[in-house]
Design a protein around this ligand. Structure first.
Ligand SMILES: NC(=O)c1ccc[n+]([C@@H]2O[C@H](COP(=O)([O-])OP(=O)(O)OC[C@H]3O[C@@H](n4cnc5c(N)ncnc54)[C@H](O)[C@@H]3O)[C@@H](O)[C@H]2O)c1
Length: 282
C-alpha cells in the first residue's frame, strides 16, 4: 500500500487497555494512527510504541471527550498531520459502580458526558470532515459500547444508560451517514481485563464465577476486541453497517434461571428431567 493509500485511523481512549490494543491492530495493518486521549502523555507514549509496518507515522493527541473544542482541535491536528480521515474508533470511556439511590447528579453527568455526548461529538466531527472531502474512499466508525448497553447491569445506572445510548446513536448514524459512504457499527465487549476492570480480578469469587456465567468460560482479552474492530473497519465488512457485535464469550446470549448445572432446571440433572428429543439423535 503506498503512502497515499494508507488509511488514517483515530482511536479515542487510545491510551487505555482496549484502545491501545485497537491502535496496535490498526497500525499493524498499515494505518496511520492518531491516538486520542484525555491523558496526553500516555497517548504520546502509545503512539510512539506503535508498529510502522509501512513506514507510516503515528500521532498522540490530547482530546477531552467532554469538550467540543478539544474534540475539534484534536481532529484538526490529526487531519493536518496525517491526512484525510478514514476510520474512527471510540474507545474512550468511564464507568461508575454505584446504585441509583446513591449516585450523585455530578457522577451521572460525567458518565453520560464522556461516554454518550463524547461519542456524539467525535462522530459528528468525523462526518463533517468526511462530507467536505466528497471522495469515494471507504470509511467507517466503530463505537465501543458494552454488554451494559444490551441489558441493565446492576449498580451501573449511568453507565448502562450511556451504553444503550451509544447503541441507539450508532444505529441512527448508520442510516444518516450511509450517504457519505460511512459505515457505523458497534462492538459490545463483555468482561475484558484492563485498568477499568482490574478491581474485579482481585476478587477470587468473581474470577471463579466466570466459568459458570460465561458460556466460553472466561474473560476476554483486549486482542479479542481489537480483532472485531479490525474486521468491522476493514474491507471484509464492506456491507455491514448498523450492527452490534457482542464480544462477550456468549454472556449476553446465556440467560438461565439457575447457575447450578446439577439443578432440576437442566435436562437430565438429578434424573428429574428427560433429555429432549434432539439429544437422542446420533
Ligand atoms: N474492560 C471491559 O471489561 C469493558 C467492557 C465493556 C466495555 N468497555 C468499554 O471499552 C472502552 C475502553 O475501556 P477500557 O477497559 O480500555 O478502559 P480504560 O480505563 O483502560 O481506558 C479508557 C480510556 O478512556 C480515557 N478517557 C477517560 N475519560 C476521557 C475523556 N474525558 N476524554 C478522552 N479520553 C478519556 C482514559 O484516559 C483511558 O485511557 C470503554 O468505553 C469501556 O466502557 C470495557
Amino acid at each position: 500500500m503506498s503512502g497515499d493509500e494508507q488509511r488514517v485511523s483515530l482511536v479515542t481512549g487510545g491510551a487505555g487497555g482496549i484502545g491501545r490494543a485497537i491502535a496496535e491492530a490498526l497500525a499493524g495493518r498499515g494505518d496511520r494512527v492518531a491516538v486520542l486521549d484525555v491523558d496526553h502523555r500516555a497517548a504520546t507514549e502509545v503512539a510512539q510504541s506503535l508498529p510502522s509496518t509501512m513506514g507510516q507515522r503515528h500521532l498522540g493527541l490530547r482530546c477531552d471527550l467532554r469538550s467540543e473544542t478539544s474534540v475539534s482541535a484534536a481532529f484538526e491536528s490529526a487531519e493536518r498531520e496525517l491526512g484525510g480521515l478514514h476510520t474512527l474508533v471510540n474507545s474512550g470511556g468511564v464507568r461508575e459502580i454505584v446504585d441509583v439511590v446513591r449516585i450523585s447528579v455530578a457522577q451521572w453527568r460525567e458518565v453520560i458526558e464522556v461516554n454518550l455526548t463524547g461519542t456524539f461529538l467525535t462522530c459528528r466531527e468525523f462526518a463533517v470532515r468526511v462530507a467536505r472531502r466528497r471522495d469515494a474512499a471507504p470509511r467507517s466508525i466503530v463505537n465501543i459500547a458494552s454488554v451494559a448497553g444490551l441489558v441493565g447491569i446492576s449498580s451501573r445506572p449511568a453507565y448502562s444508560a450511556s451504553k444503550h445510548g451509544v447503541i441507539g446513536l450508532s444505529k441512527n448514524l448508520s442510516t444518516d451517514l450511509a450517504r457519505y459512504g460511512i459505515r457505523v457499527n458497534v462492538v459490545a465487549p463483555g468482561t475484558i481485563r484492563t485498568p477499568m476492570t482490574e478491581g474485579y480480578f482481585a476478587d477470587e469469587g468473581f474470577v471463579s464465577s466466570l466459568s459458570a456465567v460465561v458460556p466460553l468460560g472466561a474473560a476476554g482479552t483486549v486482542r479479542d476486541v481489537a480483532a472485531a474492530v479490525d474486521f468491522l473497519t476493514g474491507a471484509g465488512s464492506g456491507f455491514v453497517t448498523g450492527a452490534v457485535l457482542a464480544v462477550d464469550g456468549g454472556w449476553s446470549a446465556e440467560k438461565s434461571y439457575s447457575a447450578d448445572p446439577g439443578s432440576a432446571y437442566f435436562a437430565g440433572a438429578n434424573g428429574t428431567a428427560e433429555p429432549g428429543p434432539r439429544a437422542t439423535v446420533p
